[in-house]
Design a protein around this ligand. Structure first.
Ligand SMILES: C[S@@+](CC[C@H](N)C(=O)[O-])C[C@H]1O[C@@H](n2cnc3c(N)ncnc32)[C@H](O)[C@@H]1O
Length: 291
């Protein structure tokens, strides 16, 4: 339905006016958002929430937040929930974001892990990009792996699992087409080798690389992480910034459980595991190692 006030005269006669939320409605939504996504909305975020959900309510024909909340409760496909989380979190990302992590990946994590795996005659490297947004981080890691292994790449069972809660960004990731500003921080040789410039000026990730990324919808708040084998490397950058301390702590313990001993864990640059945790050892800013 178009977001046009004139299209909805009966439901929103005064839709130019900002909708209001009652205390009860705010509490209901706040606790649902916390329970389902781990996102902690403080009282200060109240008007932000109202502002960001205006359009969603209008488009779905809800006259107030109570009615919207009830629809969210009865949402077996989780489409409405997915839309909600899309509105309240940010999906901002781009290729080569926080590039010192990618340098660490190539210069430190890959050589250490592959040397240890090769000694055991294992050629299986498992990487999980948790909160991958529109896929830039996952494709970045794949390009770097290919560059690192060179001719040996085909001997390795590489690939990447990349997950996010938002179906919208996962669709972009699977398509692998990006505007110029998302790729501008990429070194030119990588851009030339792994992208095709489309007539409209956008850049498409080559098919060969797209095939190696498995994009799946997954909510990090799920009690069970359904992975058969632990990962050698987990990237979860700029995702836990939305979560409060108890949620973060529980999630980090789950990541730890799903990391191989000696495996790596990357956070966003503004994030830290803090003092007092003894699961991971600090290696570099926002880079950790499982003891
Ligand atoms: C800012 S983006 C980070 C993208 C990328 N990792 C980076 O650092 O550039 C944060 C992503 O976390 C996702 N996210 C937020 N809460 C989540 C949850 N409970 N489960 C899975 N993904 C979640 C959002 O949908 C969003 O795409």
């Amino acid at each position: 339905m178009p977001d046009n006030e004139r299209d909805l005269p009966t439901v929103f006669p005064d839709s130019g006016v900002l909708m209001t939320i009652t205390n009860e409605e705010f509490e209901l939504l706040r606790s649902l958002i916390y329970k389902r996504f781990g996102i902690n909305l403080t009282e200060q975020k109240r008007s932000l929430l109202v502002g960001r959900l205006q359009k969603v309510l209008r488009q779905s024909g809800h006259a107030n937040f109570k009615s919207y909340y009830e629809a969210l409760q009865n949402d077996p496909t989780e489409q409405a929930l997915s839309k909600l989380v899309d509105r309240i979190s940010t999906n901002h990302t781009y290729f080569n974001r926080e590039k010192s992590h990618f340098e660490f990946f190539v210069e430190n994590a890959l050589p250490t892990l592959t040397a240890s795996l090769e000694k055991q005659n294992i050629r299986d490297l498992r990487i999980w990009c948790a909160g991958c947004s529109s896929g830039e981080e996952a494709y970045m890691l794949l390009m770097l792996m290919r560059e690192y292994f060179g001719n040996r790449y085909s001997q390795w069972d590489g690939g990447i699992l990349a997950t996010d809660i938002s179906s919208r960004v996962l669709d972009i990731a699977k398509r692998g087409v990006y505007p110029e500003d998302r790729v501008k921080a990429l070194p030119e040789p990588l851009l030339r080798k792994y992208f095709r410039k489309l007539p409209d000026g956008q850049y498409e990730v080559i098919e060969e690389l797209r095939r190696e990324a498995t994009f799946r919808r997954f909510n990090l708040m799920n009690d069970v992480f359904p992975f058969k084998k632990p990962f050698h490397i987990i990237f979860c950058r700029n995702v836990m910034i939305y979560f409060d301390d108890p949620t973060r702590k529980t999630l980090v313990a789950k990541f730890h459980k799903h990391t191989v001993p000696g495996g790596y864990f990357f956070l966003g640059h503004s994030e830290t595991l803090g003092r007092g945790q003894d699961l991971y050892k600090y290696l570099a800013p926002a880079v950790y190692h499982k003891k």
